[in-house]
Design a protein around this ligand. Structure first.
Ligand code: PLP
Length: 368
């Protein structure tokens, strides 16, 4: 069987070091927000190129706490895309703010900056740029729109740990960066985990307070906060994996290049990389008009492809009819029918990739 993502293969790659890290924590008597979290925060901040990183419980919380730290809440609007993990939108509502969704561009499937003006209102406070599938959104155009209109720029780097935009790591360019470390992510824990990055001292301080009941001093809440603490086991595991992130991202890029050259000339559309972006291929997403038949065909060869994502957020039952969007959501709505994520992870072998390509080449479309 060839799976789409494979966190257990990654555990096996670094098993001895991960087990040693886990053992160290088990014997430490500090299980939550201790020295491992502090060390991870320092190492991740150094890696991303920000002055601060703050460990939190998951990626959704990273976004929610970032929004709250920016003093954005009830009555305020936050603009993002509908073609994303539902978490991006759920986090805006969890912070009490109102999500407003725009379409993505047709080539790279990230936020279409041309629609920002159309949805701008006096209530707009921030834009969340989602670096989807492992590559940067158009941060120049989005960043300019934000600075021209006094808006905060939040980067959702949950699918793009280590990726760059014009030489800088994602998560270091906007006011604040948010990362999920869900097990399948490029930097994945063995459980839930998240990180927030910023070079703004005040924002970092506020995220730290918010993640633990608004405390500066234990048991005294200065602001209303929550529990979004990161535990020591996950931090210790992430520290091991962070050391290999660049190597693993290099393997993903090499696999993506092999797919793209072998699939050249086939009826499916392979992913494009934006000029100025260093892609880390969290997902290798092709576009096809025969998706369901292709999924079934691959399954018959024991190959499991994914769909990211099958229903745009604004059309999901929880949101449909009550979320404001840009007038045209054409690309988002067609991608939901056509995107297909082929297996990709650092341990995927060339032999397996060749099997996927062979199966794709033998596919005879029936027409959906
Ligand atoms: C783009 C994006 N944002 C946010 C999240 C939320 O992260 P988590 O599942 O850790 O809450 C994810 C991952 O699921 C994601 O892919």
């Amino acid at each position: 069987m060839i799976v789409c993502a494979n966190p257990s293969a990654q555990f096996q790659s670094y098993q001895a070091e991960i087990e040693a890290a886990v053992n160290r924590v088990l014997h430490s008597n500090r299980y939550i927000l201790g020295p491992e979290v502090e060390a991870l925060e320092q190492e991740f901040a150094d890696y991303i190129g920000t002055s601060h990183a703050i460990g939190v419980a998951n990626g959704t919380d990273a976004l929610e706490l970032a929004i709250r730290a920016l003093d954005i809440g009830p009555g305020d609007e936050v603009v993002t895309v509908s073609h994303t993990a539902v978490a991006t939108v759920a986090a805006i509502e969890a912070a009490g703010a109102v999500p407003v969704l725009v379409d993505v561009d047709p080539d790279f499937f990230t936020l279409n900056p041309e629609q920002l003006q159309e949805v701008l209102t006096p209530k707009t406070k921030a834009v969340i740029a989602v670096h989807l599938y492992g590559q940067a959104a158009d941060l120049d155009a989005i960043g300019k729109f934000c600075s021209d209109n006094g808006l905060s720029l939040i980067e959702d780097g949950s699918q793009a740990h280590g990726a760059k935009w014009k030489g800088k790591r994602l998560g270091s360019i906007g006011h604040i960066g948010c990362f999920s470390c869900y097990p399948t992510k490029n930097l994945g824990a063995i459980g839930d985990a998240g990180l927030v990055t910023t070079s703004d001292e005040k924002l970092a301080h506020k995220v730290r307070m918010l993640r633990e009941y608004g405390w500066q001093q234990r048991y005294i809440s200065d602001i209303p906060g929550r529990n979004s603490r990161l535990d020591e086991l996950q931090a210790a595991i992430l520290r091991v994996k962070l050391r290999y992130l660049d190597v693993d991202n290099g393997k993903r890029r090499a696999l993506a290049a092999q797919y793209s050259s072998l699939l050249n000339g086939q009826a499916i559309q392979t992913p494009k990389t934006r000029e100025g972006a260093e892609h880390v291929f969290h997902l290798y997403v092709v576009r096809t008009r025969n998706r369901q038949h292709l999924i079934d065909h691959l399954k018959a060869h024991d190959i499991h492809a994914g769909v990211h994502y099958p229903v745009p957020v604004h059309l999901q039952p929880a949101y449909q009819g009550r979320i404001r969007t840009a007038t045209a959501m054409r690309i988002t709505e067609s991608l939901a029918q056509e995107v297909l994520s082929l297996p990709i992870y650092p341990e995927l072998e060339t032999r397996q990739l060749n099997e996927v390509v062979k199966a794709l080449k033998h596919f005879a479309p029936k027409g959906d």
